[in-house]
Design a protein. Sequence first.
Length: 233
Amino acid sequence: MTVTDGRTALIIGASRGLGYALAAEYLARGRRVTATVRGTGRTGLHDLADSSGGRLVVERVDITVPEQIAALHERLAPTTFDLLFVSAGVTNDPEETVADVPTETFVHLMVTNALSPMRVVEALRDLVAPDGTIAVMSSGQGSVANNDKGGFEVYRASKSALNQLMRSFAARHADDPRTLLLMAPGWVKTDLGGPAARLTTDQSIPGVVDTIESQRARGGLRFLDYEGRTVRW
């Protein structure tokens, strides 16, 4: 049985995919974890909680609904976390461009991938310890400098918007000692990444966690990949 190391992680969007893998990895490393799902049904995260010896607590929140974020804050207010990680995100048809994407699809991606994660950061930042870390799941496809092949046009735009909003957040809170991270996990085999992806969660997520741990208490904002390398903006 893994002995807890006393530190606590709050992972937003952990019912499956990268978020679930993050919750499992932090549990394996001895953390106490609070992780969220969006719907009311039972998920693999609930099964993981059942076998965690009480170290994993499952909460429910739809981050596109501000009232639910506020309610989550109220429920968690007595707790201080060492890490807040926002992992929620969606994609669309990679062939859709701004020339043909439906407006509602464009809005859905921007709200889910950029606006809502930052609303979570804004609302829950005070739950994070002063020497703690706030991280959001970005993507290498959010890099403007590295976009020389196109494709995934709207998804790229949503992740670039997320990066820009996080940078603005950092500028507004320049005196905040918390570490801020934009994490690029690589192309991973999940429902979002698809079966052709290069990496498995077992290849990506331990590196993501190692990178987060290496940045602990450093402060400032960085855009890093799962191997700890700086990603060009």
